[in-house]
Design a protein around this ligand. Structure first.
Ligand code: UD1
Ligand code: CA
Length: 502
């Protein structure tokens, strides 16, 4: 039998206190909605319809970018409740005959197997309505499953529940499997007579029960059923998910010295025998090969590390590629488009952007290499800078293989250095410089030597000091005479004052 899926993602997520739609907040580095759409696709549901409302444009834009036409969207302009949201998919499913899986966009970690079991049970028991229930350690906030003699009679929302109902430990996960025809022929009959004045999808359970149907339920585990309504819940789930991700990598042969301190996002892939030190962050779609070492404090985003690459402490790597056995850091910085081939090395405080460092290149200290192509085996001396930007345009620097670049050179782009050339320390080289392979270039001005300069400097300085001291003494002597004259006058003034005080 066919299945379709409806994902509810129109709500504002008021409890998140955010300007962003709740389903676009990230978990494990990817928007929450992505986990839910992945579930629907893994269940082979067709069509998959996402109900959007709050910031629907952004939700559509993101989902289309990831899933293309595999997902459809319908709008719920006003958010009048979960039943009203499902209603918006009625037209899109007009010709559909089968089960509709309804998933809430804010329940990301639900296992596909659990939902599949629900679909099977609904089919097996020939009931029109089934849903997932669970027994979380803290049921507050969730809808409670009310049973009479073991039979499900209704779901009551936390806000609408009596004190007795609040004591129920079984809750509604928010995942349903409902016969399509039954769904749309009954949704219209639901009221909004509840605390929130919303149309609750959960009320369909009471209707089915009152019609004499045995509503099916399948139990989900506590770890997978949680919905995200607040940032506190999001952080809690983030911690649990990180644990799951770390465990998955360790089980695949990756060593993580202190798992509680690392951040490894959901889509990151890591090869076996790679060693991850504390406080490492691996983001986005980073791919790490086998036998790599990633040292403390490295932050790596959307990058590729080939087998045997080593990242030394506190290096930051973004949209870059580190070749086999290549090394970066400590304090190395690879920006977008940086590509290190086999055994290339980028050392302390060196920044590389949109450049290729071919096999065995070493740029070990304090350099900036931007828009450059550095040939095999070339040594880039400390403090070498490619001056790639003229204020308006960026230009390329091309360096041949086995070049020796001395310390503190400036390669003013566009420029080219032939293979095996030697650049003396402090060389400034630009497009006018034409060298042949193997040439040496020195652009330092000729040194000038003044014999005995220091002695002369000392002598001059002593003479100037003595002259200044003499001038000062003469000035003081002159000033001293004036002071005596003034001192003679002063008592008269103080006399007159003391007279006045009497
Ligand atoms: C809902 C359930 C509750 C269950 C809990 C599980 C109802 C009435 N309650 O409560 O029984 O225990 O989920 O996590 O269904 N949405 C729309 N349009 C709307 C309203 C909501 O698309 O008009 C979407 C939201 O974006 C969200 C989902 O539906 O993705 C659930 O809505 P939410 O307000 O979070 O419901 P809960 O109060 O968590
Ligand atoms: Ca929710």
């Amino acid at each position: 039998m066919k299945t379709a899926a409806i994902i509810l993602a129109a709500g504002q997520g008021t409890r998140m206190k955010s300007g962003r739609a709740k389903v676009l907040h990230t978990l494990g580095g990817r928007p929450i909605i992505r986990y839910v759409i992945d579930q629907a696709l893994a269940l082979k549901a067709d069509p998959v319809i996402v109900v959007v409302g709050h910031q629907g444009e952004q939700v559509i834009e993101y989902s289309e970018q990831v899933y293309g036409h595999r997902v459809q969207f319908v709008w719920q302009k006003e958010q009048l409740g979960t039943a009203h949201a499902v209603m918006q998919a009625k037209k899109a499913l007009s010709g559909f005959d089968g089960q509709v899986i309804i998933l809430y966009g804010d329940v990301p970690l639900l296992g596909v197997e659990t939902t599949r079991e629900l679909v099977r049970k609904v089919r097996r028991t020939k009931t029109p309505v089934g849903f997932l229930s669970s027994f979380p350690p803290d049921p507050s906030g969730y809808g409670r499953v009310v049973r009479k003699n073991g039979k499900i009679v209704r779901i009551v929302e936390h806000r609408d529940a009596s004190p007795e109902e609040l004591g129920i430990g079984e809750v509604n996960v928010g995942t349903y499997s409902i016969d399509c025809k039954y769904l749309f022929s009954h949704l219209g009959g639901l009221g909004a007579g509840n605390n929130q004045k919303e149309y609750y999808l959960t009320d369909l359970v009471a209707i089915a029960a009152s019609e004499g149907h045995k509503v099916a339920s399948v139990e989900a585990a506590a770890w997978e059923m949680e919905g995200i309504n607040s940032r506190v819940q999001l952080a809690g789930m983030e911690a649990r998910l990180q644990n799951i991700i770390n465990t998955r990598h360790m089980e695949n042969g990756v060593s993580i010295i202190n798992p509680a301190t690392v951040r490894i996002e959901y889509d990151v892939r890591i090869g076996r025998d790679t060693l991850i030190h504390p406080f490492v962050s691996l983001h986005g779609e980073t791919v790490v090969g086998e036998n790599c070492i990633i040292n403390q404090g490295a932050v790596i985003t959307d990058s590729v590390l080939m087998n045997g690459a080593q990242i030394h402490p506190y290096s930051v790597i973004t949209e870059a590629e580190v070749g086999p056995e290549a090394q970066v850091g400590p304090f190395g910085r690879l920006r977008p488009g940086a590509k290190l081939l086999r055994k290339a090395k980028v050392g302390n405080f060196t920044e590389v952007k949109n450049s290729i460092l071919r096999e065995g290149v070493k740029a070990n200290h304090l350099s900036y290499l931007g828009d450059a192509d550095i040939g095999e085996g070339t040594n880039v001396g400390a403090g070498t800078i490619t001056c790639n930007f003229d204020g308006y345009n960026k230009w390329k620097t091309i360096v041949g293989k086995e070049v020796l670049i001395g310390s503190d050179c400036q390669l003013i782009a566009p420029c080219e250095v032939p293979e095996r050339a030697v650049l003396g320390a402090g060389t400034s080289l630009d497009k006018r410089t034409s060298m042949e392979p193997g040439d040496l270039i020195i652009t330092r001005p000729q040194s000038t030597i003044i014999k005995g300069f220091r002695d002369k400097l000392e002598k001059d300085s002593a003479r100037i000091k003595a002259e200044r001291a003499a001038a000062k003494a003469a000035a003081e002597k002159k000033a001293g005479k004036k002071d005596t004259a003034r001192a003679k006058k002063k008592p008269q003034k103080s006399d007159s004052e003391s007279v006045a005080c009497q």
